[in-house]
Design a binder for this molecule. Structure first.
Ligand code: 26W
Length: 812
């Protein structure tokens, strides 16, 4: 790429001049960022082209990962890392008077996702390219990504995310690859002379789906895959003709705007299905554009349709793109003239589906009338799928009306997207072992009993390149110095670190790096928020979306409890602690927003009380995002993973924090169970109800939060502070709703029930942390076992078991 820094400097200066008409002397940091970005994008181009040519020549099977979300964050640092150019570029820039770190800060986060599901998609792309696998992302190029959160008077206020206002240097618009997507209209059928049915779709509205391709650079792999983000453009010709026909020129612009709303913004909710028409439009827009584009690529191979599943895998990231199933049927039947049976066989063999949640309020079900009106042909096909499926069930379970009604895709006036996804695919997976078991034995039991062979587990992972090598370079360096560099390509080899669990030199090195990372975070917090922190204190980190089941409230109540303890006994023996929170609440999720307000209120009280403030600090970091996570995670000592057992499908923040040497304080939920299994009791703090106990309580209704409130004095005193006159409530009714949820509405998420066990674990951490050497050992053991949670392992499992693809020969 660049053989040395001199070559880089020359190319960079030329780029500044040619692209921006600037010299090194006149360029601002933004200029330098843009020039560097487009220089790298161009240099990636050759390998990108070669990768695509290779895929075509070898007729390599292609995986298309359909996802409404790709939470990629910034790309500069990651691309430099994967191209192995970090040092050359950093040194070259330094000679020219620029700091690479500062240029990286100029990049906006591509926040095209809500949380776990979107970030997982981004980690998967990195692993696919790094492993030399032919896997690409299909998503939407939202004009506004995840909202920008500001905290004003302790409350979350949402601002639009203007990420495209600064050029997104990595993308390439490809109008020649655009496809048309149709909405609305009517469908008529007619029979030809051979008795075949044909469907004619008319009076529809048509938009252009224009792809913007982003290269996905593999680490040291010669493979550059594609993240294809679709953007809507009104078909001007069509729009004008329609306006002319209806004599509605006055509203031409309004109409154009309403069409263009489709790719305008990301729905900022990761747990409530809203049933909004625009969201359904977005989903079909992605699905139709993606399917047409994948089919077009397959046709270039000049193979019979029966070969489609051998050459194409269509993966759906949760049910949001489930209409891939009827859309592929539509294309194969209406456009390629295949019969139902053949089209169905191809569809089922090509599509696979991942479930990411068992929360019932998140399960998508679209009103029949809405689907019929907006997507008439897709609705017809879905009805037919349902019809045939129910008939087959009837043969299998004659007379079992109830079972068949429960399994049906269309029922009670709704189209159930999870049912469609299961029926139309050959593989269904959960995202951690416990989650998959819950799917099989509870949530999807009835489907599992019918199609046991389709269900499998793929425990999530994270890319160790971004989350360790990029975010925590000093730690990656220490690991390489200790065990050599093989772990980079084989992260499972991190277990070699176990041989150093008692090596004072390595443990000192590890503690030293953590300390430096904490100082760096503390100084950033001081500069940006003016709060001064003690880098010697335990950095206790709770970062994830704000949701009742994730129980930020449990953490907050516990902080109130420690505050009370210190106030009663200011000389209390405790390791000083800094609690960090980062969390966005869905815009309409009132309860979650109150919890944000509560955390900020606690922060205000604690940080400004001289009696406690050298022992306790609370920091709510606003606008939690990928780039903020990269700042916080390397500095964490304690990783809060305290969801109500059974509710967190997997979690991936738990893996990032573990890989950076934090110890998990967690319930036996999601992937915490697998972390516990690897590191053993001594190196994790588990507490609280098990998933079986929680599910049993839900079933039996046997839990009474009032009883806990009445019998546990600590709980009662703390909870009362929410509404009685206290430093936190100041006597107003701000937190009445939270109080009521705990005491009067039976505490849906078992916060009170788990409080005592949580406090005991926190107390244990308090003791253990003071033993620096043994804490370092626990930390090292966590890092050593984190290799299992590299998304490379996860992707290898998807590749082998679901997609049936293998790495292509590299061509160095
Ligand atoms: C329709 C509204 C909506 C949008 C997104 C409902 C549900 C979702 C996602 C399925 C929520 C999500 O992000 N789930 C998370 O997925 C992660 C990756 O698998 C898991 O690690 C988290 O445990 C899970 O909550």
């Amino acid at each position: 790429m660049f053989s040395d820094k001199e070559e880089f400097k020359q190319a960079f200066s030329q780029k500044l001049e040619a692209k921006l008409g600037k010299t090194v002397e006149t360029a601002t940091e933004v200029d330098a960022y843009r020039a560097l970005g487009s220089l790298l994008r161009e240099r990636i181009g050759k390998k990108w082209l070669e990768t695509n040519q290779r895929y075509e020549q070898e007729k390599e099977k292609q995986v298309y990962y359909f996802s409404m979300e790709f939470l990629i964050g910034r790309l500069m640092g990651n691309n430099l890392l994967n191209m192995q150019l970090v040092d050359v570029v950093a040194e070259g820039l330094k000679d020219l008077g620029f700091d690479l770190g500062e240029l990286e800060e100029e990049e906006s986060d591509a926040g095209l996702g809500n949380g776990g599901l979107g970030r997982l998609a981004a980690c998967f792309l990195d692993s696919l390219a790094s492993l030399g696998l032919a896997g690409h992302g299909y998503g939407i190029r939202y004009k506004y990504g995840m909202f920008d959160q500001q905290i004003i008077d302790g409350n979350q206020i949402e601002f639009p995310d203007l990420w495209l206002s600064r050029e997104f240097v990595w993308e390439v618009r490809r109008p020649e690859e655009a496809v048309e997507v149709r909405f609305g209209g009517h469908v008529s059928s007619s029979e030809d002379e051979d008795g075949n049915l044909h469907f004619d779709h008319y009076d529809y509205e048509q938009v252009q789906a224009v792809p913007y391709d982003v290269p996905v650079v593999g680490y040291n792999s010669d493979t550059v895959n594609t993240l294809r983000l679709w953007s809507v453009e009104a078909n001007l010709d069509d729009t004008i003709k329609k306006a002319a026909r209806l004599n509605e020129f006055g509203n031409f612009l309004g109409h154009k705007r309403s069409l263009e709303a489709i790719s305008e913004f990301l729905y900022p909710d990761d747990s409530h299905e809203e049933g909004k028409r625009l969201r359904l439009k977005q989903e079909y827009f992605l699905v139709s554009a993606g399917v047409q584009s994948a089919v077009r690529a397959f046709e270039q191979l000049d193979l019979p349709w029966s070969a489609f599943p051998e050459k194409v895998a269509l993966h759906i990231n949760d049910t949001h793109p489930a209409m891939v199933i009827p859309e592929l049927m539509r294309v194969l039947m209406d456009e390629k003239q295949l019969g139902w049976k053949e089209a169905w066989k191809i569809t089922q063999a090509s599509v696979s589906y991942t479930n990411h949640t068992t929360l019932s309020e998140a399960l998508e079900a679209w009103p029949v009338d809405m689907v019929r009106q907006l997507l008439p042909r897709i609705f017809m096909i879905t009805e037919e799928i349902n019809e045939r499926f129910c008939q087959s069930l009837w043969k299998k379970y004659p007379g079992e009306f109830d079972r068949i009604a429960e399994l049906a895709i269309i029922a009670d006036g709704q189209v159930k997207m999870a049912h469609l996804s299961i029926v139309g695919s050959h593989s269904i997976n959960g995202v951690a072992r416990l989650h998959t078991e819950i799917l099989k034995l509870r949530e999807m039991k009835i489907f599992y009993d019918t199609f046991p062979e389709r269900f499998n587990n793929k425990t999530n992972g994270i890319t160790h390149r971004r989350w360790l090598m990029h975010a925590n370079k000093p730690l990656a360096g220490l690991i390489t110095d200790t065990i050599g560099e093989d772990w980079i390509n084989e992260p499972a080899q991190l277990t070699d670190l176990l041989a150093y669990r008692d090596d004072a030199g390595v443990l000192d090195g590890l503690n030293h790096i953590k300390q430096k990372n904490k100082e760096k975070l503390a100084s950033w917090v001081y500069q940006t928020k003016g709060i001064s922190l003690d880098p010697q204190s335990i950095f206790d980190v709770h970062i994830k979306r704000l949701h009742g089941y994730k129980r930020q409230l449990l953490n907050a109540l516990h902080i109130m409890h420690i505050y009370n303890k210190v106030k009663m006994d200011p000389s209390l023996d405790m390791a000083p602690r800094t609690f960090f929170f980062g969390a966005k609440a869905a815009q309409g999720y009132h309860y979650a927003k109150k919890i944000i307000k509560l955390i900020n209120t606690i922060a205000d009280v604690v940080n400004n009380d001289p009696v406690v403030s050298d022992k306790l600090k609370v920091v709510f970091l606003e606008n939690y995002s990928v780039s903020l996570a990269e700042r916080i995670i390397p500095a964490a000592n304690v990783s809060e993973q305290i969801s109500t057992a059974s509710k967190e499908a997997s979690g991936t923040g738990n893996m990032k924090l573990m890989m950076n040497g934090a110890l998990t304080l967690g319930t036996m939920d999601g992937a915490n169970v697998e972390i516990h299994e690897l590191v053993g009791d001594d190196n994790i703090y588990t507490f609280g109800l098990s998933s079986e106990e929680v599910l049993e309580y839900y079933r039996s209704g046997g839990y009474s939060s009032k009883q806990v409130y009445e019998t546990d004095e600590v709980v009662r005193l703390t909870v009362d502070q929410l509404i009685h006159y206290s430093p936190f409530s100041k006597g107003d009714t701000e937190f009445q709703e939270i109080y009521d949820s705990l005491v009067h509405h039976n505490d849906e998420f078992f916060v009170l029930k788990d409080f005592a066990a949580y406090a005991a674990s926190q107390q244990q951490i308090n003791f253990d942390y003071q033993e620096k050497q043994s804490w370092g050992k626990k930390s090292l053991i966590n890092i050593a076992h984190a290799g299992k949670f590299s998304s490379d392992r996860t992707i290898q499992e998807y590749a082998a078991d679901i997609w049936r693809i293998a790495p292509v020969n590299t061509f160095k």
